[in-house]
Design a protein around this ligand. Structure first.
Ligand code: AMP
Length: 290
């Protein structure tokens, strides 16, 4: 039986990858920023089922943080991450330092990607530079890991769309697999940032998914604007949370729709501030699943 290896340098990673490639093995890859929870582990298990070898990366990528406080506070729990992964069963954890990923501070350029609408809606407009950083690190990790399949969560729906678009435009030889959002029993989407919430905030946070589920379950009784208004009031009702946006958007372009006839597949997406923490979530409306 193979042991789970934790590798922090590119040379050792390259040696493993090249041996696997030579043996004709299919490689599955799950990029993460650590502070792992069941949402991450589901991606790893899916990768395990569909590939010969599985790599998980754990790297808190500074270039995708537009807020230095958020980067400083982001939870880092490598020891417990490794323990959790031992059960989920990847073959290798790649956990580089910032200097290993970006020697002498050099950040590899991503060729010009035309993200179209994805570049100006929701997270793109509220977190300037965020997706540029995401593309930089994911493109770099793809170069190092050379995965056949890479697994991303629908929890970060716009990110998934951005990665798909980048992979298409660069003709990357990788299949991007999107996986449904894993939720806590009260509906809150699992997130590494949830551990930064106080117990009261954690309870309050359940209102976010409750509001999104309300939109999903009532879309044919109200207009788009009415439901955006209702969801916003539901989330903000106790005065603890502040909505950055609630958007009901086409599930491909993520452009907001103004009425239900505009698109047959829409998602309701939100970003919310709760104390020092910013949480995002989204739910599909027509599929009946999320
Ligand atoms: P992160 O560590 O937050 O960068 O997330 C790493 C990967 O796990 C991304 O593809 C996320 O979309 C995915 N992920 C995070 N939370 C969840 C969740 N609750 N359900 C499914 N996937 C998730």
């Amino acid at each position: 039986m193979l042991m789970l290896q934790v590798i922090d340098n590119k040379t050792a990673l390259a040696a493993e990858i090249s041996a696997w490639k030579k043996a004709g093995m299919k490689i599955g890859f799950v990029p993460t920023m650590g502070a792992l929870h069941e949402g991450h582990l589901v991606l790893v298990k899916r990768a395990r089922e569909e590939n010969d070898r599985v790599v998980v990366s754990i790297f808190v990528n500074p270039t995708q943080f537009n807020n230095p406080e958020d980067l400083k506070n982001y939870p880092r729990t490598l020891d417990s991450d490794v323990k959790q992964l031992e059960a989920a069963g990847p073959d290798l954890i790649f956990a580089p330092t910032v200097n290993e990923m970006y020697p002498e501070g050099r950040i590899p350029e991503v060729p010009d990607i035309n993200l179209g609408s994805l570049d100006h809606v929701m997270e793109a407009s509220h977190r300037p530079g965020h997706f540029k950083g995401v593309m930089q690190v994911v493109a770099q990790l793809f170069r190092l890991v050379q995965p056949d399949k890479a697994y991303f969560g629908e929890k970060d729906y716009q990110q998934l769309a951005v990665i798909r678009s980048m992979s298409r435009q660069l003709d990357l030889p990788v299949t991007i697999v999107g996986c449904p959002t894993v939720r806590e029993p009260d509906g809150l989407a699992m997130s590494s940032r949830n551990m930064l919430l106080s117990p009261e905030e954690r309870k309050e946070a359940a209102l976010i998914s409750r509001a999104l589920f309300y939109v999903r379950d009532n879309w044919n009784s109200y207009s788009v604007d009415e439901l955006i208004h209702k969801a916003t009031s539901m989330i903000e009702k106790n005065g603890r949370m502040k909505v950055e946006y609630v958007s009901i958007a086409d599930s491909i372009t993520l452009e907001p729709v103004s009425n239900w006839k505009e698109s047959s597949s829409v998602r309701v997406c939100t970003a919310v501030r709760l104390g020092k923490v910013r949480l995002i979530d989204n739910v599909g409306l027509t599929t009946g699943e999320d």
